[in-house]
Design a protein around this ligand. Sequence first.
Ligand SMILES: [Zn+2]
Length: 512
Amino acid sequence: MPERFTVTTPIYYVNDVPHIGHAYNEVATDVLARWHRMRGDDTFMLTGTDEHGQKIMRTAAAHDTSPQEWTDRLVETAWKPQLDLLDIANDDFIRTTEERHERGVKIFLQRLYDAGWIYHGEFEAEYCVGCEEYKTASDLVPGTGEYEGQLVCAIHSRPVETVREANYFFKLSEFQQQLLDLYADRPDYVQPEHVRNEVRSFVSQGLTDLSISRSTFDWGIEVPWDEDHVVYVWFEALLNYVTAIGYGVDDETFERRWPAVHIVGKDIARFHAVIWPAMQMAAGIPVSDHVFGHGWLLVGGEKMSKSKATGIEPRQITDVFGVDAFRYYFMRAIAFGSDGSFSWEDLDARYHSELANGLGNLASRAIAMVQKYRDGVVPDVAPVPEVAELLEASVTRADAAIDRFQIHEAIDQAMRIVDRLNGFVTEQAPWVLAKDDARQDELDAVLATLVQGIGTAAILLAPVMTRSTQSLWAAVGGEGEVRDQPIRSAHAWRGTGRVETIPPLFPRVEAQ
Ligand SMILES: [Zn+2]
């Protein structure tokens, strides 16, 4: 039976403008999903949008429209087009305004309520509408300018609102020990290590119960036993991961797809690795497989943000370098799990040195030589042992790196093949062998080695660069779609034995 691999992005806050920070998360999740599909795993990639809450209601009103029309518009004009632009092959897209989500949320909540994990209580706290979060004193800073003399949200620099409500609470505080046991028993549950340490230290300081409903506005999902309340947007949003796969209504699908792996920015790792597993335990469903908190993209040393000058739209990059280069650059240049800096100079340098000169040049030279010396027919001999061993070892290492979510390491293994083959061409000098009748067997071995290596690299890079690898694959005689090749035996692929000319895969880009 194939292994299950269900992987999720967070659902993106629909009011945001999609920027390269979201794109980074989408691409990484997509690369993992594509890799697992090429392993033959029963793979399912889920993404979607988070569409409830007071802020969305207010923004819709400011645009003279209803929240439903407003969110419909944003999903269709911003979020789905970004997935298309970036070649994201998600299997599903869930919106929290969908009926399937609402139904699943109500079932989940009712189970928690019936099991005694939810109670009614009084509440007074400072609330930031921008964050859709209650704030503690340490989250607030003195205001400046028009807010001089008031305390403001440290993130939004705007005053918070004092809210007094009778709300429903989730008994999060009772899960402290179970959560600490979870982190101890399953050290790979939260990754990477520094995120795990942060989460564990947060939980070890003690947990307070979580207010999970609101009664002052109605853009949300009704609490099933009390129509005056809607479910707190964060609590409800987390449930998308199960409502999309049939929780409470389609047990067969749910058991097939759950548990999942969550790929999230480190800033929301706490929600996913503290509140969410506690909710799962309370509902009696298995805890998620992994929560991986990746780093932030920094531009000029600052976190990417729509409201600052650092906001870069993916299209600004893909228009110049193409989608493949976009996907390659962010996965290759940043160790997955660490923060990484984006710069146009670094992108330009890697594009030209690694893709145009490294991979592109290797492919066009090798194909030209097979055409010139062997009329386009790949010699039917084994690759030289030294390179054949490298190919197999690289495939094994790349595949193992994916199990540790180290996407950059997997790419590095593929690019080591490219580097080695470029060195191999220089050392073997096929143009010298070609002139010597006594060395034609050597030339056969060199050409066969190059073609085998390029095909292997194309398979390993296929989850990252969906377009150029298909051209490359076809050009070296690969049959069918490169994305259908079994990735764990990428080194052992067999093709038609003929090469075809390809246009430059990575045309030179003039400095802007
Ligand atoms: Zn705020």
